[in-house]
Design a protein around this ligand. Structure first.
Ligand code: ATP
Ligand code: MG
Length: 571
């Protein structure tokens, strides 16, 4: 590509609404352009990166036996009504009507469409297993689209769906995808972790998330410092470890705590550590109102409560429900006298003489003890894991927390969709059975953005060779010198002949501008062809990642540069 004839609208200033580095750099490097909140155009350079990610994904999906297909982005509502999701998906689903007032949605994911395809075409166990995938634009009306391609509303996803005759088969399909995903993220040059995203079950778990480690990640990854246990914070199991407590029981005391709202306020006011304050939260699980207690220094984990109670929805109870069960105002709930079931996190078992809400404005109760003052219906693991918690798998190591960006998710669906949408096959015994499904997603744009989060410096992006929009930029430094132009052109053509994805910055710009742009855009290698070095028959190869500058004979530049590229790919 000749950059004089290309389109790279780089920006000097960072647009003010960009918060994370990948978003800033993608805008500045002229890779994307915002059309509306969470909706972007991929400009030529950005599209090149997207295509590289797609091709890596495609390669390993194909290698794992998955077959590429392409489904419609606009999906008739009937399919979503059949699965039932039309009624529960909420506002993230963009619902639209055609000129005949027929309902559609813009697909946020495609289980319904694929199930409809397969149920009509596949009749016999002989046609299974099958895994179909697509790389397609999705739409999710995210409540807070942000960070550019990282959390868009319109975004490109690779989604795959496997269909098997039974659970064993589905597990084989699942494991194939797990392996393929590891290869994909390795090939993208990302530092990632595969984390257990299943609801706490250890071993034989069938939901994993692939997390790219980065400070700007919105997810927390828990990992053991001793073994390979890794889980997402919502799922990391907190082991119930007894803590010896020899305190004597003390008398309950009423304490007025005006204007003290948060745990921290109350702890400071009473001059106690926040671990002595217990929060009582009133929740609505399906239709039931329950109270859940966690220590003040711990965080409530809603999915754990939901799973414990086998609920399908969970939310904080509203003002009316709280007032009804506690006879008190919102914000001051405590366990004594509550008219609902009480669940408490395991850590509370070992606590004595703690502080709880008094179910009255500005009132807290001191020296409260379960069993003596109120009854806990059940104890369980209801809190988020914290650094230092003991690993549930090896029981030796401790948890550490890192931030991560979820780039991929694999999930065993079972027969959820085949049951609701009647996707059956005739088994060997001649009986109709539901197919056992799995689904597997990768965010293509998010993967590209995650790579930038991991690979950048103050000058710009440092692309791994595999994802770079161009692998090498050849820069004729003095554009008014024929020899320089000729040599640069020669090197550029030999690189192309060798199959290197090269470009030449033949714009009539000062060398400084070209160098700055090259650093910003992040080509892994830059070959400088300048009058001075050419006088000795030499050019320079600049390695973006290390900052090394290597002088080579002009005629050797092509070979040497491709050699370095290969080395960079491995590192
Ligand atoms: P998140 O928790 O980040 O919203 P999700 O659990 O909703 O993700 P999935 O439904 O599993 O995501 O989608 C598969 C993949 O699609 C994700 O792993 C992610 O890489 C990508 N993805 C999901 N939502 C977005 C988005 N709003 N913008 C860009 N990529 C996304
Ligand atoms: Mg989401």
């Amino acid at each position: 590509m000749r950059l004089s004839q290309y389109y790279i609208p780089t920006l000097r200033e960072t647009p003010s609404d960009a918060e994370v580095i990948s978003h800033k750099l993608m805008l500045r490097a002229g890779m994307i352009k915002k059309a509306a909140a969470g909706i972007y155009s991929y400009l030529p350079l950005g599209l090149r990166v997207i295509k590289k990610v797609e091709n890596i994904v495609r390669k390993y999906m194909n290698e794992a036996g998955a077959i590429e297909t392409l489904m419609p982005a606009v999906v008739p509502a009937e399919l979503w009504k059949e699965s039932g999701r039309w009624f529960v998906y909420g506002k993230e689903l963009l619902r639209i009507k055609d000129r005949h007032d027929r309902e559609f949605c813009f697909g946020p994911t495609h289980e319904e469409v694929i199930t409809d395809i397969v149920r009509n075409d596949i009749k016999s166990y002989k046609q299974l297993p099958i895994n179909l995938y697509q790389i397609q634009t999705k739409f999710r009306d995210e409540i807070r689209p942000r960070f550019g391609l990282m959390r868009g509303r319109e975004f490109i996803m690779k989604d795959a769906y496997s269909f098997d005759v039974d659970n064993d088969g589905a597990e084989i399909s699942y494991n194939k995808m797990k392996e393929a995903y590891c290869k994909i993220f390795e090939a993208c040059g990302l530092e990632y972790r595969m984390v257990d995203a299943d609801s706490g079950a250890i071993g034989g778990s069938f939901s994993h998330e692939f997390m790219v480690l980065a400070d700007t990640g919105e997810d927390f990854v828990i990992s053991c410092d001793n073994c390979s246990y890794s889980a997402n914070i919502e799922k990391a199991v907190v082991v119930d470890i007894p803590i010896e407590n020899n305190e004597q029981f003390a008398e309950i005391e009423k304490k007025y705590t005006p204007k003290q709202k948060t745990v921290e306020d109350v702890a400071n006011f009473l001059n106690l550590p926040s671990s002595k304050i217990v929060k009582t939260m009133i929740l609505k699980v399906d239709e039931e109102i329950v109270a859940v207690m966690v220590r003040g220094d711990h965080e409530l984990n809603l999915p754990k409560v939901k799973n414990f109670l086998s609920g399908s929805t969970i939310e904080f109870a509203g003002k009316d429900d709280i007032e009804h069960v506690s006879n008190g105002p919102i914000g001051y709930s405590g366990p004594i006298g509550l008219k609902c079931k009480i669940y408490a996190d395991n850590a509370i078992k070992y606590l004595k003489n703690y502080v709880v809400g008094g179910n009255e404005k500005d009132l807290h109760l001191l020296n409260v003890n379960h069993d003596r003052d109120f009854k806990v219906d059940e104890f369980g693991d209801f809190r988020n894991a914290t650094p230092g918690d003991i690993c549930p798998e090896c029981h030796k190591g401790k948890f550490q927390i890192t931030k991560g960006i979820e780039v991929g998710h694999i999930f065993k669906l079972g027969t959820k969709y085949s049951d609701s949408m009647n996707c059956v096959f005739l088994d060997k015994d001649g009986k109709p059975k539901p197919m056992v499904m799995g689904c597997y997603g990768i965010g293509i744009g998010r993967t590209a953005a995650a790579s930038i989060e991991q690979n950048h410096d103050e000058k710009g992006i440092i692309w791994p060779v595999q994802l770079a929009p161009f692998e090498i930029v050849v820069v004729p430094v003095n554009t008014n010198d024929d020899e320089v132009i000729k040599t640069a052109d020669n090197i550029y053509s030999s690189l192309l002949n060798k199959g290197v994805d090269a470009c030449i910055d033949d714009r009539n710009e000062r060398a400084g501008v070209k160098f700055n742009d090259a650093d910003l855009i992040g080509y892994p290698l830059r070959i400088n062809v300048g009058k001075k070095t050419l006088a000795e028959g030499c050019v320079e190869i600049y390695i973006r990642k290390t900052g090394e500058l290597i002088k080579v004979k002009a005629e050797e530049a092509c070979d040497k540069a491709s050699e370095i590229l290969e080395e960079l790919k491995i590192k």
